[in-house]
Design a protein around this ligand. Sequence first.
Ligand code: AMP
Ligand code: MG
Length: 391
Amino acid sequence: MISLEQALEIVLHSARTLGSERVGLAESLGRILAEDIASDIDMPPFDKSMVDGYACRRADLANGLEVVDVIQAGTWPRKSIATNQCAKIMTGAAVPPGADCVVMVEQTENTDGGAVRFTGEQTFDRICRKAEEIRAGQVVLPRGERICPPHIAVLAAVGCAAPLVAQRPAVAVVAGGDELVAPGIRPGPGQIRNSNSAQLAGQLEATGAVVRDYGTVRDVAEDIDRVLKAALAENDVVLLSGGVSMGDFDLVPAVLRQNRVELLFEKIAVKPGKPTVFGVSEQAYCFGLPGNPVSTLVTFELLVKPFLFQLMGHDFSPQFVQMRLDDSIHRRDTERQGWIPVAMTSPETVKPVEYHGSAHILALCRADGLVPVDIGVAHLAKGTSVAVRLL
Ligand code: AMP
Ligand code: MG
């Protein structure tokens, strides 16, 4: 049995980066940049007014100012500003030469003689200077960055309408178990609904992978073998859930070996999630995940997700927040690192949710994160500061 850190190192080390493709900005959300992005222009490209008001000279603020121009955003100033002059200017318009500040329209009044007078006590320049945010040629987003909405705005602003991004890994999902029936069916005696396939599909989508659902397979070597062969041939990664533990009908590791998948580990010191298998073949990478839905979800989160991001060239680091325990944590089995589902009780505190073990998927619907508990540790007292891994 190896530690989570060792397992993570093995999977990340095995991942070879996929190819890349260009996509339009509308399709770029969640994708991973496969190139450094440099700006083709200064941002802002000119000295720009931050407000609607009057562009003038700071030295003249005490005087009545003659309005010599009206400057709309998208136009270019026609006049320079001389002593005791100003130009009416709109937010986003170019500041005319000669002006060194813009006063807000709210802090002005019109005099009877048609001039404008500043009524405030003091003012900022209220000018965004040319190239203040970005210089032409500057790399604004590095390769490996995951594209979120603000990244899309930056790509658009710097003229990158079709960024080069990593290809999305194609991932086969196979659920194993004689007891499984589809979610739309009422289970008969001894049966349960297959919840892992849809759960994994959701996790895969959120990670940016392409999901290929291969349905369920029975706990029969020939059946697993047939579906595995197709899944290996048609995908970058194969995820199998169930059939990896110690039961008489847990045949997945043997069938993987038969198909020349080299298994790099078969057990990890994590609870939930001990019987987690990872292997590599010439055709695809394979994970065998434990069948209990909480174990499947947690092992995906801890291992599969960082692995998939690595395939796309993104160095994933989970988000942890330091919180205080509002209640103690006890556990009996201390041989493995525990991951305890917790919910926030205030902005600074969390407490364990009611959790009956790795089949209790409803517990995770009520959890905001997972608290790791080290090997050998059975008890964390109320008030202990813990690092919560956000879900
Ligand atoms: P296994 O890993 O095959 O030993 O399965 C462990 C437990 O998880 C058993 O109670 C299974 O019935 C359950 N299980 C396995 N696969 C699924 C699945 N796809 N959806 C929901 N529960 C499952
Ligand atoms: Mg089973």
